[in-house]
Design a protein. Structure first.
Length: 273
């Protein structure tokens, strides 16, 4: 290879590495934002006094509310492939922790009704009921990842115990908030969505960025309807409440963080049809 061509190749490779690093940083920023932004929204929903306590002093309430609302605005979504009626579009994405040979869920959803699932954790089992009718693509993805043992030996990295947001977030293979399965898909079942106690929903970084992260709501939470509700918790709320009572090991700026009682996912199983 000529010296000039070799230089071009090296320059191109360097550019590709820089782009990958940039995408990884942006993905992490968006992932960190999801529950940070949610926390701000939830605290706002809890009352003005709570806003002052969470984000600033009394004199800055209006300014802080505006900043929180801006932070809660969804990020620009990636270009999503159009899905045919009755099918799901899963778009490839560069995400930390994604196995090379994982692949994507089938385009045609495997379920069109209720699906029972169980998350076996180090703190106890959590029973789920997935809604394959209202959220077929999220249910399809969850079942696909469960059958691939994607979440085995991962841990739930984010706990929120505020009055406006009571949830445990899981599903990141890296435990940092920036990981995913290597594909993303659009929102479902968000019209008029409520995040009451027992809700199972997808975590995201804006429309079209659903992946493997999900959150389990153990107490009524005031969130905007931006997160796919794809099922409910049928047992194990007491497990989540016990974890919440244990507190947060080291809270970040948004008041959330890894729970003191570490929750390691040992297995996620899907009941046979």
């Amino acid at each position: 290879m000529a010296g000039k061509d070799r230089k071009k190749q090296l320059a191109r490779q360097r550019y590709e590495r820089q782009e990958q690093a940039r995408l990884a940083r942006e993905t992490r920023a968006r992932r960190v934002k999801i529950i940070g932004s949610v926390a701000a929204v939830a605290v706002i929903a809890g009352g003005g006094g709570a806003v002052a306590t969470f984000v600033g002093g009394k004199d800055d309430k209006s300014k802080d509310k505006a900043n929180a609302d801006a932070a809660a605005s969804p990020s620009t979504p990636p270009t999503q492939a159009a899905a045919k009626p009755g099918e799901c579009a899963y778009t490839a994405a560069q995400e930390a922790g994604a196995p090379k040979d994982l692949g994507k869920p089938p385009v045609k959803p495997a379920y069109d009704g209720t699906v029972k699932a169980t998350i076996k954790t180090s703190q106890g089992d959590i029973g789920l009921e997935l809604d394959g009718k209202k959220a077929p693509c999220a249910t399809n993805s969850f079942a696909f990842l469960a059958k691939k043992d994607f979440w085995n030996k991962t841990f739930c990295h984010r706990l929120s115990t505020s009055e406006g947001l009571k949830m445990l977030q899981c599903g990141d293979p890296t435990g940092t908030g920036s990981g995913g399965p290597g594909y993303q898909f659009g929102n479902e079942n968000t019209d008029g969505a409520k995040y009451t106690k027992g809700t199972l929903a997808m975590a995201n970084a804006g429309p079209g960025t659903n992946g493997s992260q999900f959150f389990l709501v153990y107490g009524d939470s005031g969130l905007s309807p931006d997160y796919t509700v794809f099922g409910k918790i049928t047992s194990g709320i007491d497990v989540l409440e016990t974890v919440a009572k244990g507190g947060i090991a080291k809270a970040g700026q948004d008041g959330t963080g890894e729970p003191k009682k570490k929750v390691t996912i040992q297995d996620v199983s899907i009941a046979k049809k």
